[in-house]
Design a protein around this ligand. Sequence first.
Ligand SMILES: *[C@@H]1O[C@H](CO)[C@@H](O)[C@H](O)[C@H]1NC(C)=O
Ligand SMILES: *[C@@H]1O[C@H](CO)[C@@H](O)[C@H](O)[C@H]1NC(C)=O
Ligand SMILES: *[C@@H]1O[C@H](CO)[C@@H](O)[C@H](O)[C@H]1NC(C)=O
Ligand SMILES: *[C@@H]1O[C@H](CO)[C@@H](O)[C@H](O)[C@H]1NC(C)=O
Length: 402
Amino acid sequence: MKAAKRWSVGNLASLPGARNRVPARKRLWIIMALSLIIMTLSLITMLAIMAYMYPHHSKRACYMISSRGCKALSDWLPPLPREYSDDEIAARVVIREIMSNAPVIRRDSKIAFMFLTPGTLPFEKLWDRFFQGHEGKFTVYIHASKERPVHHSHYFTNREIRSDEVVWGRISMVDAERRLLANALRDPANQQFVLLSESCVPLRSFEYIYNYLMYSNLSYVDCFDDPGQHGSGRHMDHMLPEIPKKYFRKGAQWFTMKRQHAIVIMADSLYYSRFRDYCGPGIENNKNCIADEHYLPTFFHMLDPSGISNWSVTQVDWSERQWHPKTYMPEDVTHELLNNLTSSETVVHVTSVGMGEEIWMPCMWNGIKRPCFLFGRKFHPDTLDKLLELFSNYTRSVSWHL
Ligand SMILES: *[C@@H]1O[C@H](CO)[C@@H](O)[C@H](O)[C@H]1NC(C)=O
Ligand SMILES: *[C@@H]1O[C@H](CO)[C@@H](O)[C@H](O)[C@H]1NC(C)=O
Ligand SMILES: *[C@@H]1O[C@H](CO)[C@@H](O)[C@H](O)[C@H]1NC(C)=O
Ligand SMILES: *[C@@H]1O[C@H](CO)[C@@H](O)[C@H](O)[C@H]1NC(C)=O
């Protein structure tokens, strides 16, 4: 220790003085090397500034260096605020205008229950039980894409809207959703819009669902970032510049939406047209973009991210990791299952990264942790009797306190 200190002091004492100066030729070399380094550094700085000034997908900045080098450089730089086309500015002005109108709180506010189905709804009897005694607080709309439904409840008779064919995963699914919204918006009393399929069932009493939705300041639109091939891997370059890849989102289509958001969807033709034209199979490489899984999540993520919950109040079980979620059969429908579904306070999003990495999040209702689910899917038609038998019990369990 002592020795080391003495050594360093001794070393300091013999700093290069006039006697040990570097010979002139050596000095010249050092100066040349230094100026070479400075020149290289300023060239890099210049290129960095140029890459920063030009939009990232512009090739102009890359003529100077290789395109790979340019990409590495522009990825490393902080992102520039992107440029908007005139169409996009116009679309955003309209959307902002609609969003800035404070929603009118009405005494006669209703929920629009919008059913997207091929034909007959297998759970009409259950929904009938659910709606009973709440006349004047809801409206039913049915988009039957294949055949005319046979009804078992007067709440559903003559509630079909004019409909068209729906192909799973294609834009026709989004078109059907828009058709339902357009019809439901015609009634000014409708303040909440719920999209349901034929395999959906209510998990709560009408009163609980009415209060949960009516007093919430959010729309329950599912939305998450899946960086894998079934997530942002489905983004197409054709969607640029309006839809940058980093904004591309995924989510189940089963939403509930407040009136303002439903109007905004009707007002949008720009973002919708990008998905109509470029979200489908075989447009780029082997990508298969599923329109109804990406349009609404991406749209709201870009235009009103804090206005949506990012999860769906319609429960579904993806734990089997198949193409389609688990279908509940009669033997699955027990008091324990319904208890599990109604008490859950966290949701999981399964991504296509690795073996299906999961993202968990708590369900927050106006800043308070609450049960996540109001509806469940997919229930097999044969579960109807079991559900009817258990309905009053499982919807009775929790009362609502605001
Ligand atoms: C939904 O996600 C977006 C983006 O991650 C976030 O900005 C927003 O706050 C989230 N919504 C809620 C209600 O937390
Ligand atoms: C209910 O949840 C518990 C605890 O997570 C689980 O062990 C059980 O298997 C679930 N039952 C059903 C029927 O889903
Ligand atoms: C909704 O309410 C919560 C809690 O009061 C608040 O933190 C949040 O900012 C509100 N969000 C919107 C979109 O109004
Ligand atoms: C209803 O549910 C409760 C628990 O919440 C249970 O103890 C009771 O046995 C159930 N009743 C019937 C008739 O199933």
